[in-house]
Design a protein around this ligand. Structure first.
Ligand code: UDP
Ligand code: MG
Length: 318
């Protein structure tokens, strides 16, 4: 196989404290790999500014001026969220042209030296190389537990997402071409690439604490990501609801039979106001919850049907 041309894409949202040193560090990594003859010398970095309100874009533009061939970038008109920024990065590098692309966070929490292992696996013939974190030492207890619950739930629901794989991965040009065939807007990349059916492998890496700034995810955006992950990947919740409804109907039918039987056999009308109220509240609550779940899916359909663009870009530097 020829030496691959590597692209590195980085979503950035209000990363003025990180982006400059991150890009310089990744350029060093590229130089190191070029020096070892593992990637071509026109390998490059592609940043996506996800509507930052701080100096991120200014810093990115300066980096582009300093390294016009090696640092390219795209600026969103507003914040669309990390998944959209990643998709834009993958689409952007595909348009520019590369053999494989690694996505990594702007805070360099993921060990950048693993990129070398990613490339080695790619050269060995893997189309998808997933970075899997060794542990979650740097996460808060809340994030740790919710993340574990999410991965467990997703796997239970039938979407096989590798545990502890974040969006640090290498994908081949072939995978990018396949992605371009998926018009759906709410692509959940973590599951998506795993399910393509291409040759996939994993590489372990260490997680470091964020070196500057704070996490750009809050509880709301994490919930959104998780819900999107579930509803864009699995219809098992809808089936569970249908099953529950059916069981409830059978239950009601049996209670009805029993009541009629008591009346006929013993002339006995059971008195159970408390039971009634409890059952009413329980099933009422369950129904509203189920409606909510169905609502999530209808929302997903609604968003897809509107077919709005995934994002709108303002400027591209390339
Ligand atoms: N990010 C983004 N848009 C957002 C939120 C985050 O592009 O709306 C980027 C962010 O700049 C970073 C990556 O996504 O490069 C991961 O975010 P962060 O490090 O804040 O997440 P955490 O490591 O806490 O999960
Ligand atoms: Mg981070």
């Amino acid at each position: 196989m020829q030496i691959p041309k590597l692209a590195i894409t980085i979503p950035c949202f209000n990363e003025e404290l990180c982006v400059d040193s991150t890009v310089r560090r990744l350029l060093e990594v590229l130089d190191m790999l070029i020096g070892k003859g593992k990637i071509t010398s026109d390998s490059f970095i592609y940043l996506v500014d996800d509507g930052s309100a701080d100096k991120t874009w200014e810093i990115i533009s300066n980096l582009h001026k300093e390294f016009p061939q090696r640092v390219k970038a795209l600026k969103f008109i507003r914040n669309y969220g990390n998944q959209k920024a990643l998709i834009a990065g993958l689409t952007g590098v595909r348009n520019i042209g590369c053999d494989c692309v690694v996505s990594i966070d702007a805070d360099l929490q993921q060990d950048e030296l693993a990129i070398e292992k990613f490339v080695d696996e790619f050269v060995r013939g893997y189309d998808i190389v997933l970075g899997v974190r060794n542990d979650r030492k740097t996460d808060s207890i809340f994030k740790k537990t919710t993340a574990i619950m999410f991965y467990k739930l997703m796997n239970l629901l039938g979407a096989k997402i590798p545990v502890n794989h974040s969006d640090y991965r290498l994908v081949s040009k072939k995978a990018l071409d396949m992605m371009a065939m998926y018009p759906e807007k709410a692509l959940f990349l973590r599951g998506f690439f795993f399910e393509l059916g291409l040759k996939t492998t994993m590489v372990n890496f260490d997680v470091k604490p964020r070196f500057a700034g704070c996490s750009k995810f809050n509880v709301k955006s994490l919930m959104g990501l998780a819900l999107n992950g579930i509803t864009s990947f699995s219809i098992v919740p809808l089936r569970i609801i249908a099953g529950l409804g059916f069981l409830m109907a059978i239950f009601a039918f049996l209670i009805g039979l029993e009541t009629v039987f008591e009346k006929v056999a013993f002339n006995n009308s059971p008195n159970g106001t408390a039971t009634m109220i409890i059952l009413l509240c329980f099933f009422g609550g369950l129904q509203i919850f189920c409606l909510g779940v169905i609502g999530e899916y209808i929302g997903q359909v609604y968003r897809e049907v509107k077919a709005r663009p995934r994002y709108i870009a303002e400027i591209e530097l390339n």
